[in-house]
Write a protein that binds this ligand. Structure first.
Ligand SMILES: Cc1cc2nc3c(=O)[nH]c(=O)nc-3n(C[C@H](O)[C@H](O)[C@H](O)COP(=O)(O)OP(=O)(O)OC[C@H]3O[C@@H](n4cnc5c(N)ncnc54)[C@H](O)[C@@H]3O)c2cc1C
Length: 453
């Protein structure tokens, strides 16, 4: 039996963070990964999708020359995008990442790990034990909705969309959440006829309704169809594509269908029973120190605290400190930023008004439109759908949530995150001098609205 100080199962961004920190802390670490060290984010998630988004945005921005600065001739071509994706992922090769971890003294093992007893895992029938503990960082995979016939057609997930060398002539996207919106808008900008099917009433259903409505306007303005409040009932192959029957009786035909209806934790093969964990759960419950059980920690998407790289890395930092016995603050998720890198960008942090209300907060809100700010007006095309919403606890006079839709929203939302996390009084936020003319002045407008509401 091979023995180590710590074992990390799954080397996505969460696992990488813990494994690297434990190795830096002097522990003997066994890092086990069944596919690619780095996981979803660098190979099929954040990085390649943002390369595609950047390319799509450049086309949209070039089109905005008309009316602002003359005429621009645009001839979209997918080959440079596919090439940049291949460069960024090293053609889906993780050699550099493996070397980085081995360089820290970790043992990197390729294979599928399963818990078989307390502090013991098995990979290909070989047992490994951990003196201090095991970290579960097995991430998520696309969740397939219960649509008749879906498994029989050649559907796409984010992985196929990222790896494609060709833009489909037409695309039905199931799910107008962050992943679907980013990828669908990109393909549309490269000439695909894109239709979204969303079961909820709004796109980005977990965000503010004002944002959902603005997203719908932005999509429709660029010729993208969005059907909300409707589900795909049946899918079947037709000729060189698929037919999608909707619950309202309509039918859509497209060359491809992209499934972007959420993600589920990869727990089935993990042997949770051997670790004393609930085998029926969809996620792994953790406390503020990322402890999931005796000698067990969990980080990243599997914990259900927000499926984002920045959450996985944050949790990885906490888990590593806990395992190393170092002083650390327990996890605090009050100000987790969520960004959808569509155009215009959408970024939120903290609670929506609805969630705050459900949590018993005495809610007041302030809403402003980007186009009525000086910068929004100057910017013109590309800023016309922007909206800013702040959510306050009107008793404590602090912000508990905020959303920004517009250029650089993901960068600007950090300001709201700080205000929420540090419980900065609204009065102090109103006293600030906001640079003129910037998009962040829209937050000042929303705060003014809040006070007058
Ligand atoms: C298209 C897309 C775009 C995204 N864009 C962003 C973004 O812009 N910003 C952002 O913050 N987040 C983004 N995300 C989310 C982000 O990718 C995830 O939150 C992040 O990858 C989670 O990291 P993780 O370590 O928990 O899991 P993962 O990255 O999923 O890694 C888990 C790893 O565990 C391995 N594994 C699982 N089971 C086992 C086992 N039994 N044995 C061995 N190995 C195992 C898997 O092979 C995998 O490599 C995006 C996701 C997608 C799909």
């Amino acid at each position: 039996m091979s023995e180590h100080d710590a074992i990390v199962i799954g080397m996505g961004v969460g696992g990488e963070e813990v494994a690297g920190r434990l190795a830096d802390g002097g522990l003997d670490v066994l890092a086990i990964e069944r596919k690619l060290v780095g996981g979803e984010c660098p190979y099929w998630g954040c990085i390649p999708s943002k390369i595609m988004v950047r390319a799509g945005d450049s086309l949209a921005e070039a089109a905005r020359v008309t009316g602002l600065a003359g005429e621009a001739q645009i001839a979209p071509e997918w080959a440079p995008v596919a090439q940049r994706v291949r460069e960024a992922t090293a053609d889906w090769n993780d050699e550099v990442a493996v070397e980085r971890h081995e360089g820290k003294g970790e043992t990197v093992l390729r294979g599928e790990a399963r818990l078989v007893a307390p502090r013991t895992v098995e990979v290909d029938g070989r047992p490994f034990t951990a003196r201090r503990g095991i970290v579960l960082a097995s991430g998520t995979e696309p969740a397939l909705p219960p649509v008749e016939g879906l498994k029989e057609v050649d559907y796409w997930t984010n992985r196929d969309a990222i790896e494609t060398k060709e833009v489909p002539r037409s695309l039905v996207v199931l799910g107008a959440g962050p992943i679907g919106l980013e990828l669908g808008q990109v393909f549309s900008r490269f000439g695909s006829e894109v239709t979204f099917v969303e079961v909820f009433e709004h796109a980005l259903a977990y965000d503010e309704p004002e944002i959902g409505m603005a997203v719908a306007d932005a999509l429709r303005a660029e010729g993208i169809a969005l059907h909300t409040g409707v589900r795909a009932r049946r899918v079947r192959s037709i000729g060189d594509g698929v037919a999608v029957e909707l619950s309202d009786g309509r039918s859509l035909n497209a060359e491809r269908i992209l499934v972007a209806t959420g993600r589920k934790a990869s727990l089935a093969e993990l042997g949770l029973e051997a670790g004393g964990l609930d085998t029926d759960a969809n996620l792994i419950e953790v406390d503020g120190h990322m402890r999931a059980g005796d000698g067990l920690w969990a980080v990243g998407d599997v914990t259900g605290k927000g499926q984002f790289t920045h959450v996985a890395v944050y949790q990885g930092r906490i888990a590593a400190a806990d395992i190393l016995g170092r002083e650390h603050s327990p996890a605090d998720y009050r100000a987790v930023p969520r960004v959808t890198f569509m155009d215009p960008e959408v970024a939120s942090v903290g609670l929506t008004a609805k969630k705050a209300h459900e949590a018993g907060v005495n809610v007041s809100v302030g809403v402003a439109e980007t186009k009525t700010t000086a910068r929004g007006w100057i910017h013109g095309p590309g800023a016309e759908h922007g909206v800013i919403k702040v959510v306050a606890d009107s008793e404590r006079k602090i912000l508990v949530g905020g959303s920004i839709m517009g250029p650089a929203a993901g960068d600007n939302v950090g300001f709201l995150g700080l205000a929420i996390k540090e419980r900065i009084p609204i009065k102090n936020l109103r006293d600030l001098i906001y640079p003129y003319p910037t998009f962040i002045r829209g937050v000042e407008d929303a705060l003014r609205e809040l006070e007058s509401s």
